[in-house]
Design a protein around this ligand. Structure first.
Ligand SMILES: Cc1cc2nc3c(=O)[nH]c(=O)nc-3n(C[C@H](O)[C@H](O)[C@H](O)COP(=O)(O)OP(=O)(O)OC[C@H]3O[C@@H](n4cnc5c(N)ncnc54)[C@H](O)[C@@H]3O)c2cc1C
Length: 371
């Protein structure tokens, strides 16, 4: 079989590229080493509930072009992400807004909240934050930091905040209105019926082969059933360091482990996302999947999320964009720039945290440039 493009990875980047390339008359083969399409936005139906298998995914964007683009593949509901934080026996609304402050200090007006925060910041006398703790304290004061940021961040990164660099937190938006909408974007929602259906539609009419590892295909020139394949160009959305056999050393990631279970109750926590902000609770969040689609099924499915260390063989989730890794990535990116027939894209190919809208935007730009 002869193809114009071999697309490695059936996630949003690969699928968007494949959809557009097909429209332009290009013949594409999409392969993925997993046994399903959709990459990390994969949702799987269980007991009538769409489970976000690789973590909660909420679509949000201010880019109307991208919003219109995804809406051709699915109808989105009017879900608004409004997480709740649990700290010991206290419960707070997120993001940090007047509901949070009013509960924390038993106050009512924005001025009261601003005064308390300003006083806490002034009392600390931090002029040049030396680490993440000092940076966060100098932005939000003691109470918000101690109750809602400290333990959660320590769990996320597996290190005390005093040992984390200040740049991880550049800004911590504080909202002095009563508004629990986590995102500021113009458009937001969850595709009714799950994300997998979006990718299914994108890949309709495109050759897709699952359980195929690129490195095996490249070496043998064949798919696992023996079909010979050739291609003019490769779009690679896997790990860029893996592509180059980690010749400069491996890039670092953070990983996440999910413990998912079905409970014989109708409604477990009353909200899709509940963050556990104290360090002593080992997980960072509990996701109750049915609430993303306002489900009224008789049972419910929850996932506890544990942030974990990444090592080869474990699913890489978040790039660790510190100086060392960025410099290492640049070495790989320099090699990539010299490739004539290989394009690198997506969160792993570009070693970059990408929200879904940004990944679609980047894939559309890539198609534009290529075709
Ligand atoms: C926990 C978590 C929560 C998130 N929540 C949100 C959210 O709420 N909102 C939002 O907008 N974004 C969210 N994101 C970001 C979103 O997941 C990404 O934008 C999107 O998944 C990136 O798509 P991609 O195609 O680049 O990568 P992926 O979806 O990872 O696709 C890459 C694919 O390549 C395959 N692959 C890799 N190497 C090989 C190989 N050698 N051979 C064959 N196949 C290979 C992989 O199996 C994978 O399926 C979240 C991310 C994480 C980690």
């Amino acid at each position: 079989m002869k193809y114009d493009y071999l697309i490695v990875g059936a996630g949003l980047f690969g699928a968007t590229f494949a959809y557009e390339a097909k429209k332009k008359g290009k013949k594409c083969l999409v392969i993925d080493r997993r046994d399903h399409i959709a990459g990390n936005v994969y949702t799987k139906e269980q007991s009538g509930i769409n489970v976000h298998v690789y973590g909660a995914h909420i679509f949000h964007t201010s880019n109307k072009t991208v919003w219109d683009y995804v809406n051709q593949f699915a109808e989105f509901n009017n879900y608004i992400n409004s997480p709740v934080a649990v700290y010991k026996d206290e419960l707070y609304n997120l993001p940090f807004n007047m509901n949070t402050f009013s509960k924390m200090w038993n106050i009512r007006t924005p001025q009261e909240a601003k005064d308390i925060i300003a006083k806490q910041i002034a009392d600390l006398h931090i002029t040049e934050p030396k680490n993440l703790e000092e940076q966060a304290l100098s932005l939000v004061g003691t109470d918000v930091y101690e109750k809602l940021i400290k333990g959660y961040t320590q769990k996320q990164w597996g290190r005390p905040c005093t040992e984390l660099p200040a740049f991880i937190i550049r800004r911590l938006p504080l909202r002095f209105i009563y508004d629990n909408n986590y995102f500021n974007d113009r458009y937001q929602g969850i595709p009714m019926g799950g994300y997998t259906k979006i990718v299914e539609k994108m890949l309709d009419g495109v050759d897709v082969r699952l359980n195929e590892d690129f490195f095996d295909v490249k070496k043998s020139g064949k798919l696992s059933d023996g079909t010979e394949v050739s291609y003019d160009k490769i779009l690679f959305t896997g790990q860029i360091d893996e592509y180059y056999e980690s010749k400069f050393g491996p890039l670092e990631y953070r990983s996440v482990r999910f413990e998912t279970e079905e409970l014989q109750v109708e409604n477990y926590q009353g909200n899709a996302v509940v963050n556990y902000t104290e360090y002593e609770v080992p997980y960072t969040r509990i996701i109750e999947h049915k609430h993303f689609e306002f489900g009224n099924q008789p049972t419910t499915i929850i996932s506890r999320e544990y942030s974990s260390e990444w090592k080869p063989g474990v699913e890489p989730y978040y790039p660790v964009n510190n100086e060392k890794n960025n410099a290492l990535y640049q070495q790989y990116a320099d090699l990539a720039a010299k490739e004539e027939n290989v394009i690198f894209g997506g969160r792993l190919g570009q070693y970059k945290y990408y929200d879904m809208d940004k990944v679609i935007e980047a894939a559309l730009a890539c198609v534009e440039e290529q075709l």
